[in-house]
Structures are given as structure tokens and as C-alpha cells.
Design a protein around this ligand. Structure first.
Ligand code: NAD
Length: 435
């Protein structure tokens, strides 16, 4: 294997994982970020995101001298990288389009500094046409641009990076694309070598498909509620079909996180700009918005016994605030979206999440008082609402919880708990799509 000098710009979930994993594969990696405190912490080996195995890989990389951290993309380029990965945010911009301003500012920052023959690799999720646009902005015939979307999942980022289902690399210069694909050769994953627009579209098409699958199962769960069918049995029966598969068939309070909402929205805008009305995606997003409201309706009926009952001053305990279990990421969390709707309806909210402490600073938590003790959070609550699928909620002492709540009602928006256990403890258990 060739050892390459690699620069990674952005040290978030994707960038830090990419840098640490490429260093573990033997490459010589320099990671850059604009956040000076973060760079200082990472240089000391301190990782402040919750990702299994990441802190160990970072420590190993630093100790081996294969992983360093610098402030700013320009400093990283001074290390004369042969390959430079862009792993910076591409948030939802005005009108739902992907905001590429950070990608473009990094290109502007490094364009005159990049060594000849460097390959710029876009790992950020970017709309079709971004590689071409990047080439234009670079205006360098000696630098190639390649699209290499990332598919890792938060909560298992290192595992996913090192055990990918596939590697997708696209670019107009075959040799540059092959050079990037070769970085992953050790992983033995199927590799799709294609042009840049196709590689860029793979990422959106995959994420939109996952969102569609979740919206679909949430709608089927609603139908189960109305028809008296059991969603667990329905999805089990569906999932054995290899064309469908069991993954992403669990109903929940709606999908969210830092990717699916912005990527579905960007895909819709991409289609719109191409004069194509992508109704499936519109319906996927609308179903998701409706799902969050439906959770509030379920809580309202459970707590007040009425469809139009008031939640004003009702104390509710929210179990789980992150967008899914196994991460501390709150970005676009469906749990917080439901919390905001409950707060709007006047409820008083106390939240417990295994990854959060009461002093966690985050503006998205403004509607919830965070407790680090589930029994304390449940004290005097008129209902416990399970919003994130943390497995540890199953092994709480539900008997003890039943004694501390005001009303022993649990609305389980993840169908996480064993209803028999909750009922034995004295709770009324309300799930999704459960007769
Ligand atoms: P993040 O917010 O966790 O990290 C981004 C990092 O980039 C931050 O540390 C930030 O300080 C840094 N940064 C911002 N501007 C910079 C600049 N000008 N120069 C250097 N660093 C800069 O983001 P993320 O979740 O890692 O996502 C990055 C990209 O990867 C996005 O396009 C996202 O859609 C995509 N993606 C994310 C995931 C995921 O699960 N998080 C998975 C696949 C793809």
C-alpha cells in the first residue's frame, strides 16, 4: 500500500472519523478545523463527541506520529497533501437548498496553496454539480476534484468507516478517482467508480430512500392503530422479504438528525431546479412533520383522556432527547421537535438522556429541564414519554418509576419497552401501532 499524505478539513463526526481511520490504515494525516479550542483539545487527544473507539484511534494516531491537528485549512495545506478531504458542514440554506458557503470558503482559502497534483475530495454531502463548481472555483488544471460521499452512521462511525457496505468515488479524471479509491483498498469493500454527478446523487438518493422507508413504516403504524393490527408483527412479516429487509422498519416519533432533514430538503430543491416534481420526497417530508404532531396527539389523549384536552401546566417526563440512541447529537432531534410542540401546548417538560448532563449547554434544549436521574425526571410526572431508543430504558426499575410519577402512563414512541414489564409495574403502556 502507498502511504499518502492526507489533509482532512473539518473535524466533526465525519472529518475526525475519516482522519483517525485513515491514520489507522497507515496514512499520514493532518486534520484542520476553524475552532481553535477544538484543535487544542484534539492535539491533547481529547475527543468531545460520543463515538465508540474514536478517542482510542485518535490517541493511537497521535502516538504513532501519523495524526496531527492544525488551525485552518491553509495550515493543513502547508503539509503538502497529496489528497485533501473536505468534511465541512453543508447545512440547510434558504429555501431548503444545501448551503455550500463553507465548502466554497475553504476552496477560496486553499486554492493558491494546494500543491500540484493534489486531489480535492468532497466527502461533505453536496448537490449534483458541486464537483464541477469546485473545479471552476479552484481554477487549477493541475488539481483534480473527486466526489467521495460518506455513509457512516453516528454512534458507530468508526466501525462503519472501517467496514463500509460500499465505497463510492466519482470524478472526471479517472486516475484521480482511482487514487482516492486506493486509499480504502485495505477495507475490501465493493467500490463504485463513476462520474462526479452520479457519486453526488448516490448520497442523496440513499438518504432520501431511508427517510422514505421510515415515513412509510410510520404511516403503516398509524394504519395499525386504526385497524387494530400489530406493527411489530407486520414489519417482521415484511422484513423477511430480502427485497425489503428488517433495517429501518421500526416506527418512531419521526426521523431527524443532522442529515436526513437537510438532505431530503436539498434533494427536493435539486429536483425542482431540474424541473422535476419529486412528489415521493415531498410526501416523505410531510408524513414526517405529521408524525411529530401525531405523537403530541397521543400524549394529549393519554394524559387528558380527550382529543382536545389541555396540556397546559401538565408535567411530562421525556426519556431520550438525542436524535437516536448511542449518540450525544441533538441536531434536528425528533425528540426535541416533539418536546417543542408539547411545550407550545403548555406542558412542563423534564428530560432525561443517558448522554446529557443537566449543565449541557444547547439552545435546542431551551424547552426542557434536563435531569441526570430518570427517577428524579419522572417525579410527579403525568406521563413518561419515551422518545429515543436507548436500550438502558428497558432495565430501569419501572416499579420505582411507577411510585414516583403522578399518573402511571408511559407513551412509548419507539415501542422500546416490554409492555408486560411496564404493565406489571402498574403503568398503562401506549405504543405505536399496537392494538
Ligand atoms: P460537524 O458539524 O460535526 O463537523 C464539521 C466541522 O467542520 C466542525 O468541527 C467545524 O468547526 C468545522 N469547520 C467549519 N468550517 C470550517 C472551515 N472553514 N475550515 C475548517 N473546518 C471547518 O459536521 P459532520 O456531521 O461531520 O458533517 C460534515 C459533512 O458530512 C456534512 O456535509 C454532512 O452532511 C456530511 N455527513 C454527515 C454524516 C453524519 O452522520 N454526521 C454522515 C455522512 C455525511
Amino acid at each position: 500500500m502507498f502511504v499518502r499524505r492526507i489533509a482532512v478539513i473539518g473535524t466533526g463526526y465525519v472529518g475526525l472519523t475519516t482522519g483517525a481511520c485513515l491514520a489507522s490504515l497507515g496514512h499520514d494525516v493532518v486534520c484542520a478545523d476553524v475552532d481553535a479550542d477544538k484543535v487544542a483539545r484534539l492535539t491533547r487527544g481529547e475527543v468531545d463527541i460520543l463515538e465508540p473507539g474514536l478517542a482510542d484511534l485518535v490517541a493511537e494516531g497521535i502516538a504513532a506520529g501519523r495524526l496531527t491537528f492544525v488551525l485552518g485549512a491553509a495550515s493543513a495545506v502547508r503539509h503538502e497533501p497529496e489528497v485533501m478531504f473536505l468534511c465541512v458542514p453543508t447545512p440547510m440554506g434558504v429555501g431548503g437548498v444545501a448551503d455550500l458557503s463553507i465548502v466554497e470558503s475553504v476552496i477560496e482559502e486553499v486554492r493558491a496553496l494546494l500543491p500540484a497534483d493534489c486531489v480535492v475530495v468532497n466527502k461533505s454531502t453536496v448537490p449534483v454539480g458541486t464537483a464541477d463548481r469546485t473545479e471552476e472555483l479552484l481554477d487549477r488544471t493541475d488539481v483534480a476534484v473527486v466526489s467521495n460521499p460518506e455513509f457512516l452512521r453516528e454512534g458507530s462511525a468508526v466501525f462503519d468507516f472501517l467496514n463500509p457496505d460500499r465505497i463510492v468515488v466519482g470524478g472526471s479524471k479517472q486516475d484521480a478517482a482511482e487514487r482516492v479509491a486506493a486509499l480504502y483498498a485495505k477495507l475490501g469493500a465493493p467500490t463504485v467508480l463513476t462520474d462526479a454527478p452520479s457519486a453526488e446523487l448516490v448520497k442523496y438518493a440513499a438518504n432520501c430512500f431511508l427517510a422514505m422507508k421510515l415515513s412509510y413504516v410510520n404511516a403503516v403504524a398509524e394504519l395499525c392503530d386504526r385497524l387494530g393490527a400489530n406493527i411489530t408483527d407486520v414489519t417482521e412479516g415484511m422484513g423477511y422479504d430480502k427485497r425489503i429487509g428488517q433495517a429501518f422498519l421500526q416506527p418512531g416519533p419521526g426521523w431527524g438528525g443532522s442529515c436526513l432533514p437537510k438532505d431530503t430538503s436539498a434533494m427536493l430543491q435539486l429536483a425542482d431546479a431540474a424541473d422535476f416534481e419529486f412528489r415521493l420526497i415531498r410526501a416523505t417530508i410531510d408524513t414526517n412533520t405529521r408524525q411529530r404532531q401525531r405523537m403530541v396527539e397521543k400524549v394529549r389523549i393519554a394524559v387528558t383522556g380527550k382529543r382536545n384536552g389541555s396540556l397546559s401546566r401538565r408535567r411530562l417526563a421525556l426519556f431520550g432527547l438525542t436524535f437516536k440512541a448511542g449518540t450525544d447529537d441533538l441536531r434536528d432531534s425528533p425528540a426535541l421537535a416533539v418536546a417543542a410542540l408539547l411545550r407550545q401546548a403548555g406542558a412542563d417538560l423534564v428530560g432525561y438522556d443517558p448522554s446529557l448532563r443537566p449543565d449541557t449547554q444547547n439552545p435546542d434544549l431551551s424547552s426542557v429541564t434536563v435531569s441526570d436521574d430518570p427517577y428524579q425526571a419522572a417525579k410527579d410526572a403525568e406521563a413518561v414519554i419515551v422518545l429515543t431508543e436507548w436500550p438502558e430504558f428497558r432495565s430501569l426499575d419501572w416499579q420505582r418509576l411507577a411510585e414516583s410519577v403522578r399518573n402511571p402512563i408511559v407513551v412509548d414512541t419507539r415501542n422500546l419497552l416490554d409492555p408486560a414489564v411496564a404493565r406489571r409495574a402498574g403503568f398503562e403502556w401506549i405504543g405505536l401501532g399496537k392494538p
